[in-house]
Design a protein around this ligand. Structure first.
Ligand code: FRU
Length: 518
């Protein structure tokens, strides 16, 4: 530390932030439980999984989600609901969709039907917000039939506050496929496109009015990672940094993801109006996130053109252990909201993820690190006056030839979570082997590494968000990305850069302390 000059730039924004927070309804819970994340959305109580119905309308980002309001484990699915005007602070809303005679309400999407193609809107009223979701009929599932999942509609004429199920449900009946779910609907060329998952593939349908759907094509057999079942697809165009438009197809897979269990892959290609054509070799696998805890993520619909961002959020857990993690009042949180962009790299087109800029409002203090050689552990919090346990790091290193870059967050006496880059294997990693509780699942502890990165410039850039029970690592401007949850048994208040095998060179670095969103 003595060879390091640390310059403290204090930007105390507390006053500003507390004013902004006053608009949110006073929460019932103090949101101060030991593993309650402070930068990430979670339900006040009980079980949550996938984000659903992500849609923007009239100044509000809507986040619906798979929710079981009666228990902290999965059960009869409802759609929980929250709204935000800034993607950072969230207001909990009443449950939006309840199970009915057609079944539980499984995952799906929502759109604003601006032209009232569905006819659900009323003369002079706002355009309908239409939810497209899977009905899962539990008796049929238990009896071993194969027709218990089908796609249905509900609509709201009051900004998502109250909902009416369509009397003509289901709009896509089941032809006899056990896994037949998670519709994502988008508007393109004056028609609606629906993509949903069917066991080992996705199916595409089109419609003029959201009520009547025509099958177009299947995609996926033999393409990409084949862990089953395929779930929660998303389809959207993105203009890459070279000006070329590509279509991105996101597919979550329930097993055999990059580091085990459930995870999310994507394909790059084009949509010809009837089918998705993969640009790449079918054997190529592109992972959206190579940590263990980013699943079923999809993107917001109806982001205004003036904004133009493609915004994503995922469920920050893994089906291997989601139901047994050591929280009791509630279970699980969402990832940070992220902006997706596309870059034409030497290895091909790649989706990059960046935490949304709105998160900067959570910064309280910024500590600028001086550049130089790091030859002994560097305490990143030495000059920090208040250790909130909520941090954002922006670190640029000279790409090392042989010595790994390691950043550890721990209790200083053995327990920690580590992240960094290993130049020998050319992999980024998170190691949560010694991060605390893991006894609840043999799948939890471990080292999670990205695929080998062959093409890289002279610098390693890491943007890292640390919350009470999660870490998100955005490397090299947004790919690769690693998201992991962790459950410390002791007080973590040491944050260090460790030159574990030899000196590493820091080009530039900033440590931001953050404040709670609640
Ligand atoms: C993904 C998923 C979806 C399904 C939902 C049920 O996590 O299995 O395929 O719609 O969860 O809660």
């Amino acid at each position: 530390m003595n060879f390091f000059n640390i310059i403290l730039i204090l930007t105390n924004m507390s006053f500003l932030i507390s004013c902004q927070n006053e608009k949110a309804e006073a929460p019932q819970s103090a949101y101060s439980e030991v593993y309650r994340n402070q930068l990430h959305f979670s339900p006040e109580a009980n079980w949550m999984n996938d984000p659903n119905g992500l849609v923007y309308f009239d100044g509000e980002y809507h986040l619906f989600y798979q929710y079981y309001p009666d228990s902290n484990v999965w059960g009869p699915m409802h759609w929980g609901h929250a709204v935000s005007t800034d993607l950072v602070t969230w207001q909990h809303m009443p449950v939006a969709l309840y199970p009915d005679s057609l079944g539980y309400i499984f995952s799906g999407s929502a759109v604003i039907d601006h032209e009232n193609t569905s006819g659900f809107g009323r003369e002079g009223g706002p355009p309908p917000m239409v939810a497209i979701f899977t009905h899962h009929e539990p008796k049929g599932a238990d009896a071993g039939t194969s027709t218990f999942q089908y796609q249905s509609l509900a609509y709201s004429l009051d900004k998502g506050r109250s909902w009416t199920k369509y009397e003509g449900n289901p709009v896509v009946p089941n032809p006899g496929i056990r896994d037949f779910r998670d519709p994502k609907v988008i508007r393109h060329n004056e028609e609606w496109i629906m993509v949903f998952a069917a066991n080992d593939r996705v199916k595409f349908y089109t419609s003029p009015d959201l009520r009547n759907w025509t099958f177009q094509s299947d995609f996926g057999m033999g393409h990409g990672a084949q862990g089953r079942p395929w779930e929660c697809p998303d389809l959207f165009p993105l203009v890459a940094d070279d000006g070329i438009e590509k279509w991105v197809l996101i597919v979550s897979i329930g097993s055999e993801a990059s580091n085990g269990g459930s995870g999310t892959q994507y394909f790059i290609g084009h949509w010809d109006g009837e089918r998705f054509i993969n640009d790449n070799d079918p054997t190529q696998v592109l992972w959206l996130d190579e940590g263990k805890d980013n699943y079923a993520g999809v993107t917001w619909s109806d982001i205004p053109e003036a904004d133009g961002r493609r915004l994503f959020i995922g469920w920050m857990s893994n089906w291997q252990y989601a139901q047994v993690v050591p929280t009791t009042e509630w279970r699980s949180a969402m990832t940070l909201p992220r902006k997706l962009t596309l870059n034409n790299t030497k290895s091909g087109y790649r989706v990059l993820q960046t935490p949304v800029r709105e998160l900067e409002q959570l910064r309280v203090q910024t500590l600028q690190l001086a550049s130089g050689l790091i030859e002994e552990p560097l305490d990143l919090l030495a000059e920090i006056s208040e250790r909130s346990g909520l941090y954002e790091l922006e670190l640029t290193f000279q790409k090392p030839d042989s010595f790994p870059i390691t950043i550890t967050y721990g209790d200083g006496v053995g327990a920690s979570i580590a992240t960094g880059y290993n130049p020998v294997t050319q992999q980024f990693f998170i190691d949560r082997t010694f991060s605390g509780h893991s006894e609840f699942s043999k799948e939890f502890a471990g080292l999670h590494q990205t695929t080998r990165i062959d093409e890289m410039g002279d610098h390693i850039f890491l943007r890292i968000y640390i919350d009470k029970a999660s870490i998100e690592v955005f490397a090299n401007g947004g790919a690769p990305v690693l998201t992991d949850i962790f459950f410390p048994k002791t007080d973590f208040s040491d944050l260090e850069i460790i030159p574990s095998q030899g000196p590493i060179s820091l080009v530039e670095g900033k440590v931001h302390t953050l404040k709670s969103m609640w």
